[in-house]
Write a protein that binds this ligand. Structure first.
Ligand code: CA
Length: 249
């Protein structure tokens, strides 16, 4: 294991390409905020509206999901703790099974487990209460910048051992099988593949995949690596480089 270098067909270019400098134009784009604490919901909505977003506030999961269905928002902010049948993790799960709208979770300080589960379910980021609305807005902007960045990367097909990473189709194949990855898991794998053979620190991976505006926890990388290992098993020639981070190939 580990001897197989990533082999690039097509141009070898940084991934994702240059998108971080593209400004966000909020332009009345919709964000759904799902939070039962009225004060927090209003504060978040206030700050997002100031940025030019149209904000729909829902106090429970059912109403929030209905807004998502109806209004196709650019992003969803969801609190983990919600009243009623479904909590914030259920919301993440449902959003992931039906599309790839970015999700930011709000979590309580001692909710480490929920946070990890949320990231595994495909949430893009989280902020821990109490948070500053400014920080939340910064994260929302960073996510939308990435999501809205024109893809200037020439599509390429990277082979890593038995795994094929197709950045044009945003598809990962293992033999004939397409492996279902979340959007973030795909970005991480593609970034590792483009930099195949190099040991990358968690910080480098955060900067490269989550974006330099992302000032979250480095353990986020570990959570996503664990998911990649779970989904790709032994076919993934990914080595943990102690004291550094990870190396693919
Ligand atoms: Ca709550």
């Amino acid at each position: 294991m580990g001897a197989m270098p990533a082999r690039a067909r097509g141009p070898r270019v940084p991934y994702p390409a240059g998108g971080r400098l593209v400004p966000v134009t909020a332009d009345g784009e919709t964000i759904v905020v799902i939070e039962d604490d009225r004060n927090i919901s209003d504060l978040v909505a206030l700050y997002l509206r100031r940025e030019g977003f149209r904000v729909l506030q829902a106090e429970d999961a059912e109403k929030g999901l209905a807004y998502v269905d109806r209004d196709r928002p650019k992003l969803v902010v969801v609190d983990i703790g919600l009243p009623g049948e479904l909590d914030g993790l259920d919301v993440c799960r449902r959003l992931r099974s039906s599309g790839d709208v970015p999700v930011v979770m709000l979590t309580a300080r001692d909710d480490e487990v929920d946070r990890v589960i949320g990231l595994e379910l495909g949430a893009d980021d989280y902020v821990t209460k109490p948070f500053s609305p400014r920080e939340l807005v910064a994260r929302v902007r960073a996510i939308l910048r990435r999501a809205g960045a024109p893809n200037r990367t020439e599509p390429s097909v990277l082979e890593v051992g038995e795994i094929v990473v197709d950045t044009g189709r945003r598809e990962v194949r293992q033999g004939e099988t397409v492996v279902a990855l979340t959007s973030r898991e795909f970005d991480l794998l593609a970034y590792l593949a483009v930099n195949g053979g190099l040991a990358l620190s968690r910080r480098q991976l955060l900067d490269g995949v989550w974006g330099e505006g992302w000032y979250g926890d480095e353990r986020t990388v570990d959570v996503h690596v664990r998911q990649l290992r779970k989904k790709l098993g032994d076919a993934l020639p990914l080595t943990t480089v102690w004291g550094v981070g990870y190396r693919l190939g």
